[in-house]
Design a protein around this ligand. Sequence first.
Ligand code: GLU
Length: 309
Amino acid sequence: MMDLQAILDGIHAELLPRLGEGKVADYIPELAKVDPRQFGLAIATVDGQVHRVGDAEAPFSIQSISKVFMLTLALGKVGEQLWTRVGREPSGSAFNSIVQLEHESGIPRNPFINAGAIAISDVVLSGHAPREAIGELLRFVRYLADDDAVTIDEKVARSETQTGFRNFALANFMRSYGNLDHPVEHVLGVYFHQCALSMNCIQLAKAGLYLAARGSNPATGHSVVSPKRARRINALMLTCGHYDGSGDFAYHVGLPGKSGVGGGIMAVAPGIASIAAWSPGLNKVGNSQLGAVALEMLAARTGWSVFGD
Ligand code: GLU
């Protein structure tokens, strides 16, 4: 039996001198205030163990990691039809790039770049007022994490609404191509609130368990998606979960993962565990610098990889 707690403790000890590396996201004023010298790591295994180290109980803004949960909701709503609105290919460009959208007539490359996630918010919004769609997501994430303490940080949502000029541009551009059914303000209201979900590493690791365990949360018995859908969401996380750094993350870590500009990364070792790492300093492509290093160390020390032993 592997001693996972000892592995986490070892990674934490090694990374302590490096805390503060990277640069916090400052284009969202509320995120610019976060202390960069924080680091948390948590693992929830499919056989019911939870291990943690560092600031694993400190809530942070999960930002784009929410795109995985929204994708799951949207697929539940409209099924495979979703893929007429958004593609499934890595973008090879920045998370908030607008360039490809024009070439591809308003159909975003994948659900994890901002444009794709905004189209998905539009899908989840259908039949609802924005407030209801946000409530649906919050209930869903609480259900996944089996924890009603998960909240939305209104300050972060407001901060992004006030400064999200690029996201407004992306949404307006898609609306002009007919790829948004609802008013831009409503769609972005949902999008900014999903990004402002506030969770800690333990909650996030637990919320990802369904992706590690064939679509059901083994801790609660909750069935979330079919095994096939869980596999496919993992495939998208592997190929598109780290924006323009997705290839590098697959190369170094070898696990499906999704990052957010709050410095979080949720990763999945299929059949074994769901993992959440958090450290606010980001690398050049907007992914957590130490979070990625920690996951690389974890993958190397456990042998977890989707590419073989
Ligand atoms: N809310 C962020 C934005 O739209 C999400 C980006 C991210 O986490 O990668 O800019």
